[in-house]
Design a protein around this ligand. Structure first.
Ligand code: GTP
Ligand code: MG
Length: 452
């Protein structure tokens, strides 16, 4: 058995004025690492005032060993913490039991509730709020079910009321879940319609994906125009070009779409929520529609923090690919970000070590802009091919508006006028080319005869 405790100076001023918390974690073997849970706690606005780890098998009643829980209580007292954040999947009874050993009013928060807390604080659109509500209800449901079945088992004359009450709670949760699902589905349908409309207008849809803190939003700022495309997309603090990205998990929760500057293609770039390790299924599912913009894109840029150790990068790459390939068919370009933080030679070593999971990555620094030009070229190269077409039209107002439509939806190589004809030589998506052809045919065809 091993493990340790530590504490920040209890008298020190709280650095951010947040709620004081002790973070704790149990592992079956090896050393418990508190880095990520500490980052998550900070993202939720806690100040980590103390730390505790334990290496042993799970205790059914307390998760930790009972002696460790006593240590936890002492640490909470010394640090004057208001919450204990535990980086394990703590069962409802374990939560209750640990809580019973702690000073009055101290909250026990597990990894999932902590993530939900962060999401709840940052949910600033209807969709994000619905997803948080859905996740919370799905967290509660098995707990309500357990209560209802316990109450049923204890059913005795005179105790009937309890069982009925809990069953109605359970029914109520299920009803709310299905209402939220319906509303999320209708939002998703509207978003899908909007994506189709954009494709019809000649845009290619590119999405940024990757773990939280990989640098997606920073890269978005390098690639995108100043103006957000969607007024009704999230009001993103972190997309403001003047605002610094924060070194914090889950800075971005919703999705933001902006036009990206490319040479030929009109690209709409979407930034969205990052992945994180070890999320339970119900939580991932609750946020699934947030990732629709990734799954339905024409091209995905998978951003990886290349300053992390190679094994961590590998694990994240494998998980990301699994997640992406399960649902999308678009090509994926791997982007090694933060190369400004690498030692000379480190990039080449990492490329070689990861060639199996990331065959041909583009290396960039979203911070300095290094490699971003190559990334733009690569994006244009990987997007589905455009078709070349040449239309010859009689000069007229209608023809001129078709020519300007072609300019808006594709890339015009040449536009020449000879006599009363205009020739426009252009490249565009196949769907745009066929629409241009149809419009051109209407122009040259004689007006339909009026039937008597
Ligand atoms: N040194 C260095 N830091 C970077 C680079 N790109 C991003 N960062 C920093 O990494 C941190 C996270 O960047 P974000 O762009 O917010 O990351 P994200 O992937 O959008 O994170 P989430 O929104 O949480 O999913 C910030 O502190 C950035 O300043 C880079 O190329 N070099
Ligand atoms: Mg972000």
């Amino acid at each position: 058995m091993s493990g340790g405790t530590g504490e920040a100076d209890a008298d020190a001023e709280s650095p951010t004025g947040g709620r004081r918390a002790v973070v704790a974690k149990r592992v079956d073997s090896g050393e418990a690492d508190l880095t990520e849970i500490g980052q998550l706690a900070a993202a939720a606005g806690y100040d980590v005032a103390g730390e505790l780890t334990q290496t042993r098998t799970e205790d059914a009643a307390f998760m930790f060993g009972e002696g460790k829980v006593a240590e936890l209580r002492d640490l909470v007292r010394r640090t004057d913490a208001e919450a204990v954040i535990i980086d394990n999947d703590v069962g409802p009874y374990q939560t209750f039991n640990i809580g019973g050993k702690l000073p009055e009013g101290v909250e026990v928060v597990d990894r999932f509730t902590l993530i939900l807390e962060i999401f709840g604080q940052r949910a600033d659109t209807r969709k994000a709020q619905l997803q948080v509500d859905l996740a919370e209800l799905r967290y509660e449901l098995p707990r309500a079910e357990a209560k209802a079945s316990l109450a049923k088992r204890d059913e005795r004359p005179g105790f009937m009321g309890l069982g009925e009450y809990d069953e109605s709670v359970e029914r109520d949760i299920k009803r709310q879940i299905s209402e939220i699902r319906d509303e999320l589905e209708s939002i998703a349908e509207k978003e899908e319609a909007r994506r189709e409309q954009r494709r019809d207008s000649g845009f290619d849809l590119v999405a940024l994906a990757g773990y939280t803190n990989a640098g997606k939003s920073t890269l978005m700022r390098q690639l995108a125009d100043e103006l957000a495309v969607d007024e009704n997309d999230e009001r993103h603090r972190d997309l403001d070009t003047t605002a610094e990205s924060q070194d914090m998990l889950f800075t971005t929760l919703g999705t933001t779409t902006r036009r990206a500057e490319m040479e030929k293609r009109d690209v709409l770039l979407t930034d969205t929520v990052g992945f994180i390790a070890d999320l339970p299924h119900w939580l991932v599912e609750s946020f699934e529609s947030t990732l629709d913009s990734v799954y339905r894109a024409d091209l995905v840029l998978l951003v990886v923090d290349a300053s992390e150790p190679v094994e961590e990068m590998r694990e994240k790459l494998v998980t990301s690919h699994d997640t992406l390939y399960e649902r999308n068919e678009a090509p994926v370009v791997t982007v090694f970000n933060k190369i400004d933080r690498l030692e000379p030679g480190e990039l080449a070593d990492k490329r070689a070590a990861l060639s199996g999971v990331a065959p041909d990555p583009i290396a960039v620094s979203a911070k300095t802009g290094a490699g971003v030009a190559e990334l733009r070229d690569r994006v244009e190269g990987e997007l589905p091919d455009w078709e070349r077409e040449r239309l010859v039209l009689p000069v007229s107002d209608d023809a001129m508006s078709l020519v300007s439509w072609v300019h808006d939806h594709g890339h015009v190589a040449e536009e020449t006028y000879a006599g009363d004809q205009v020739t426009v030589d252009f490249e565009a998506k196949p769907s745009i080319v066929s629409r241009a052809r149809a419009k051109a045919a209407e122009l040259s065809a004689p007006p339909a005869e009026e039937s008597a």
